[in-house]
Design a protein around this ligand. Structure first.
Ligand SMILES: N[C@@H](CCC(=O)N[C@@H](CS)C(=O)NCC(=O)O)C(=O)O
Length: 206
């Protein structure tokens, strides 16, 4: 059986869990990272020398990097759905996955870490406000794209929505002021209607 290492409240672990649940793929999850530790042990470092989560072991095949894992699993088990068969649609999905990690999460992470993982007395209000504005600005790109697309890669739900969907809950789930973005809100509502998203991604942020 597929083994997934990582605590369930991690954005990057959630991508993998949600992907599996969308495909009804059975897995065993082992807590690691954060308060669970494990990631610094020599045994874990043999699997993932970065000491990060998630890591998967699939029939002896070890893989880390959340988006690479989602691509691997989607190609293996969900060709034609999460993994679009059309090369251009697949490239679009791929693009949003990379954008989520390199651009969107880079903007949002300081806000998320500041508000959720930092005690109130240690927060830097100026840095938080800068991150809030930078994230809102970055999100206008998604909002404009979703004006003419139902899902990120086009007409159907794909692996691109998985990566960005995990990140967008870190925006809508925060107690912050958010500018109105009708298309992002419509897309988020559609995600929130998926039982798998509700179960894996939408528990309160911790
Ligand atoms: N680029 C990596 C980033 C992995 C990453 O940053 N993981 C975080 C959790 S979201 C982590 O391992 N943090 C240390 C810990 O939880 O102990 C990926 O996408 O898998």
């Amino acid at each position: 059986m597929l083994v997934i290492w990582g605590r369930s409240n991690s954005i990057n672990v959630q991508k993998v869990l949600w992907c599996c649940e969308e495909m009804s793929l059975p897995y065993e999850r082992i807590d690691a990272g954060g308060a669970f530790g494990v990631v610094s042990t020599p045994q874990y470092r043999k699997l993932n020398p970065n000491g990060m989560i998630p890591t998967i072991v699939d029939d002896g095949f070890v893989l880390w990097e959340s988006n690479a894992i989602v691509r691997y699993l989607a190609e293996k088990h969900a060709s034609g759905t999460l993994w679009p068969e059309d090369r251009k649609v697949r490239a679009e999905a791929d693009k949003w996955m990379d954008w989520q990690q390199t651009t969107f999460w880079a903007a949002l992470r300081p806000l998320f870490m500041g508000l959720i993982r930092t005690p109130a007395e240690k927060r830097d209000p100026k840095a938080l406000e800068e991150a809030r504005l930078a994230t809102a600005q970055t999100l206008t790109i998604v909002d404009a794209h979703l004006e003419s697309h139902t899902w990120l890669a086009g007409d159907s739900f794909t692996m691109g929505d998985i990566a960005m969907g995990c990140a967008i809950w870190r925006w809508f789930g925060l107690a912050i002021e958010r500018p109105e973005m009708a298309n992002v809100a419509r897309w988020f509502d559609a995600l929130a209607r998926r039982p798998t998203y509700k179960r894996i991604v939408m528990p309160p942020l911790v």
